[in-house]
Design a protein around this ligand. Structure first.
Ligand SMILES: Nc1ncnc2c1ncn2[C@@H]1O[C@H](COP(=O)(O)OP(=O)(O)OP(=O)(O)O)[C@@H](O)[C@H]1O
Length: 444
């Protein structure tokens, strides 16, 4: 079994692409249940077809709408989420191939559910399911916490907090944390806020938050079109309850109280230990016979630090206890959608197509996007093959997505490779298919 479910989606030919014609393509079903694809720049170019490995769970045709894609790709994950499994869905493809159309859609009106992007359609189905659970339960109500950030040029930006810059750090626990602003509070307390999570108790409030946030997404010119998303956007939907959120806030408070106490203990230790040595005439350090370390002062400071550390541990355990005691296995479970920035592609001779003008900054961003996507490709390949060392640290994108890979479990990650049927984009389409073929063919 492959650990990543791979789908391909052909988009319709756009009007300007019409004159150059369509890639000749065939879906092959020789190895059920997986499909392969054969492509050829033109129907007449016999003998030059490239054939993928049997890697695809389904291949969507240009006439298939978002609703069809949702039913095949995302809907089977909803029962898994409700049973307590994390899931993630990535859209990968070159610029202009239809990633944003798939993940977000360009029509957010939920009356027209045929066009709704996968993220909103999933939220709608999840809210329907949560509503059923909430009705039956006497206890706490469940909702969805939405977080949304984009990655651009090695930085992360919080779209639910005025695009504030966030920092991606690996913590002492080995987990990657995405942190927002650092606040200095009274008494030297330091609070490093996590990225904003909006609590939504109805689909309508979720939809409102999402639409507001995505209006802040960055667009620019790619080598293909002028409204290209120049960032990787990560949409995180977490099943939450009020007591889980309150417990997390309590943990942040305890962590911020620990910071000045921990710093004081470290300062006192350094101060006392430095009394115990003196500098000799030749510039070396030697024990100071006239000074005595005040061990009691160090011990008092360390004891105070230990008290505050215990409070942090208790707050962490409280979160664990809330999750374990919940009647709902889905509490704290995440569904993540990633709309990757479009890979830039070049002509055979390495030059860019002349269709769209790019600024030097956009060209630089294009190179960074390609570097990120290459790193992601390597991570997906290593992860799909079950390798021990997965190169998550090789880019900000893979660092930020590390937790999603680690927590999604085998079989719960999906990649939709969006592809264009335009002959002029054959090379880029072929690249995307080769990549998908590689990931989909990997077995564990
Ligand atoms: N399956 C589809 N059906 C109809 N229109 C589509 C489809 N896929 C893409 N399009 C249209 O093609 C254009 C480009 O699509 P989109 O913006 O989703 O590309 P993208 O891959 O997100 O590009 P970029 O990475 O540069 O942002 C849009 O106008 C979109 O509406």
């Amino acid at each position: 079994m492959s650990s990543i479910n791979v789908f391909a989606r052909w988009r319709p030919l756009s009007q300007p692409e019409d004159k150059h014609g369509e890639i000749h393509r065939k879906t092959l079903s020789d190895c059920p249940p997986l499909l392969a694809v054969s492509v050829n720049p033109q129907a007449s170019a016999e003998g030059r077809s490239w054939v993928s490995s049997p890697a695809f769970h389904a291949i969507f045709e240009p006439g298939d709408n978002n609703h069809t894609v949702y039913n095949d790709v995302v809907a089977p994950n909803i029962p898994k989420i409700l049973q307590g499994e994390n899931c993630s869905v990535f859209a990968y493809g070159h610029s202009g191939s239809g990633k944003t159309h798939t993940i977000l859609g360009y029509d957010y009106d939920c009356q027209n559910s045929q066009k709704l992007g996968l993220c909103l359609a999933a939220a709608k189905q999840l809210f329907d399911a949560l509503h059923g659970l909430n009705e039956k339960s006497e206890g706490e109500k469940l909702g969805i916490g939405l977080s949304l950030f984009e990655l651009r040029n090695k930085s992360a930006f919080d779209l639910l907090n005025h695009r504030n810059q966030c920092h991606i750090r690996e913590g002492p626990d080995g987990k990657v944390h995405i942190r927002g602003e650092t606040e200095i509070l009274e008494g030297g307390k330091v609070r490093v806020r996590p990225i904003v999570q909006r609590l939504c108790w109805t689909f309508e409030s979720f939809q409102h938050e999402l639409i507001q946030a995505i209006s802040q997404r960055t667009t620019g010119s790619s080598t293909v079109h002028e409204q290209s998303s120049r960032t990787h956007a990560v949409f995180e939907l977490e099943i939450i309850s009020q007591s889980l959120i309150d417990a997390r806030h309590a943990l942040f408070d305890r962590q911020s109280e620990l910071v000045p106490v921990g710093k004081r203990a470290t300062d006192i230790r350094i101060e006392e230990e430095s009394k115990g040595v003196i500098r000799t005439a030749d510039g070396c350090w030697a024990p100071n016979p006239n000074s005595r370390i005040d061990q009691e002062r160090i011990d008092v400071a360390e004891a105070e630090k230990a008290q505050y550390e215990a409070l942090v541990t208790a707050a962490e355990q409280n979160i664990e206890a809330i999750l374990e005691a919940s009647a709902f296995p889905c509490l704290g479970v995440k569904m993540v959608f990633v709309d990757l920035a479009g890979a830039e592609f070049y002509d055979d001779n390495g030059s860019r197509p002349q269709t769209v003008r790019q600024t030097p900054q956009e060209r630089q961003e294009g190179r960074q996007i390609n570097t990120d996507l290459l790193a992601l490709k390597q991570v997906m390949g290593a992860w799909a093959e079950g390798q021990k060392r997965i190169p998550f640290r090789s880019s900000t994108l893979t660092m930020a997505l590390r937790e999603h890979f680690m927590s999604a479990g085998k079989g719960n990650s999906t990649i939709i490779v969006t592809i264009s049927p335009a002959t002029e984009q054959y090379k880029a389409t072929l690249n995307s298919l080769k990549y998908a073929s590689l990931v989909g063919a990997a077995r564990v």
